[in-house]
Design a protein around this ligand. Structure first.
Ligand code: SF4
Length: 464
């Protein structure tokens, strides 16, 4: 998948300690995790945060206040890598001011041989590949004089949010020519189905209502497990879990989405009717240069199958513009495809060379930067028009919304089709509830409405 770039830092209010290592009470310790990149990184950070809290560390809101600073990095695009470098520049003086402070760089910036990084950033104590928490826990265990493995229970967050991410398969065996991820996250490894069901059960007991199953190619879940279990089997097992209201999965690959998975979305009650299927480009020659493993027609046929099987399904996609040698005519083919499919959401990014990838070695990054930016803008403008029309068609309808928080005095949540919805407060606590909202106002990015009861009557008026 082409991860969507995001960054966040661990907010203190999100974490509570469940099990604290001996000695924690006498000596307050603190950590700060900064995360950028895809949802896999976000899930990794949540699990590391859980481990640190079980060792007695508390989250703080700023790196300057932390004993341990972790930067969970992404290098999928140059812009993400630049932000990581910027953060490293910010933490360097913090280390100089307090040499006992631990600085760790984690995630996709760290390859199997970090010597070059060690030379560039000598103030960083630890370089850890994705999900590689052990070096940090070893170091902290030594400092605390404890066997950390004996202190840690499950790495699940003790107070997870209503919607939570669960990685189910790590790594990627495809080698898209532009992508650095297989070099950093390694070969595919599926987690055992029973372990995932148990984890989901624990999360549901802690108040989680929606789980998003994650993988670079989530549809390939299970191919390396005994018994030929797949994503459809996992979704079916989760459908039976009490307390859990919804499941989603991210990210699919057009060549790996099976009929069984499509049927699971169509028939299982809890699986949301929303699928992200990255197309990346609409021209066959560009797709071939990208080594994506499908043609434009294959992709369109898949979309047709999904739409025929899953009533009202919302589709999103990822697009890279300005890939090596992409001509104007080839770019227009991408625009035509986007206009034909009419996705609910499109994540678009300009191509940037990633050292070490096939494209960086064999192809010329020939499209000028200004032209790439123009193409990004053209995609964004087209998509804004399409999303405006799709969302406007929901005006006046009642939508089921899973409430996941509050913003600017309103409750917010998402529909099964992943539309962001805001509705008026009404003085009640709706967190974690499924509510019906009548849509009163739409924009390309979100919907606004009023809560109604199941019969469609305005809820406040009936006192519900
Ligand atoms: S190699 Fe291709 S399929 Fe694998 S993570 Fe990268 S973009 Fe996704």
């Amino acid at each position: 998948m082409q991860p969507h770039e995001l960054s966040f830092s661990r907010a203190p209010s999100l974490q509570v300690v469940t099990q604290v290592a001996p000695g924690a009470a006498e000596q307050p310790r603190s950590y700060y995790i900064w995360t950028i990149g895809c949802q896999m990184n976000r899930a990794d950070s949540e699990r590391l945060a859980s481990a640190l809290e079980q060792l007695g560390y508390r989250p703080v809101a700023a790196p300057g206040a932390a004993d341990v600073i972790v930067l969970n990095s992404c290098v999928v695009r140059q812009s993400a890598e630049d932000k990581v470098s910027g953060m490293l520049g910010l933490v360097k003086p913090l280390k100089q001011r307090r040499p006992d402070r631990v600085i760790a760089l984690m995630g996709c910036m760290v390859g199997p041989r970090p010597e070059q990084l060690q030379q560039r950033f000598p103030f960083v104590d630890l370089f850890m590949q994705p999900q590689e928490y052990r070096p940090l826990l070893d170091l902290l265990g030594d400092r605390l004089g404890i066997d950390w493995e004996g202190c840690l229970g499950s790495l699940l967050p003790s107070q997870p949010s209503v919607t939570t991410l669960v990685p189910i398969i790590h790594g990627c065996d495809r080698m898209c020519s532009f992508c650095i991820i297989p070099y950093r996250r390694g070969r595919e490894r599926s987690r055992p189905l029973e372990e995932l069901v148990h984890e989901a059960h624990m999360l549901a007991q802690r108040g989680v209502r929606e789980i998003t199953l994650l993988g670079q190619i989530v549809d390939r879940y299970g191919h390396d497990l005994p018994g030929q279990r797949d994503l459809a089997d996992l979704l079916a097992a989760l459908d039976a879990l009490e307390g859990l209201a919804r499941t989603r999965f991210l990210t699919s690959h057009p060549a790996d989405m099976s009929e069984r998975i499509i049927r699971a979305v169509a028939h299982l009650d809890k699986v949301c009717e929303h699928i992200n299927i990255p197309v990346q480009a609409g021209d066959d020659d560009v797709l071939q240069a990208m080594r994506r493993g499908y043609s434009r027609d294959d992709y369109l046929r898949l979309i047709e199958r999904v739409r025929r099987a899953v009533l009202g399904v919302a589709l999103s996609t990822d697009v890279i513009v300005g890939f090596c040698g992409e001509t104007e005519a080839q770019f227009q083919r991408t625009l035509e495809l986007l206009a034909e499919v009419r996705f609910d959401k499109v994540h678009v990014a300009p191509y940037s060379t990633r050292p070490g990838t096939i494209a960086s070695r064999k192809l010329e990054d020939s499209v000028p930067w200004e032209e790439k930016r123009r193409r990004v803008k053209a995609v964004e403008e087209l998509q804004e028009r399409i999303a405006t029309e799709i969302n406007a068609s929901l005006l006046g309808t009642a939508q089921e919304v899973l409430v996941d928080g509050r913003e600017k005095g309103k409750w917010k949540g998402r529909t099964r089709t992943d539309k962001l919805v805001f509705f008026e407060d009404g003085g009640h606590d709706y967190l974690g509830q499924l509510v019906q909202v009548r849509i009163m106002k739409t924009s390309p990015w979100s919907l606004q409405g009023t809560r109604v009861d199941r019969a469609g009557t305005q809820a406040e008026a009936t006192g519900l």
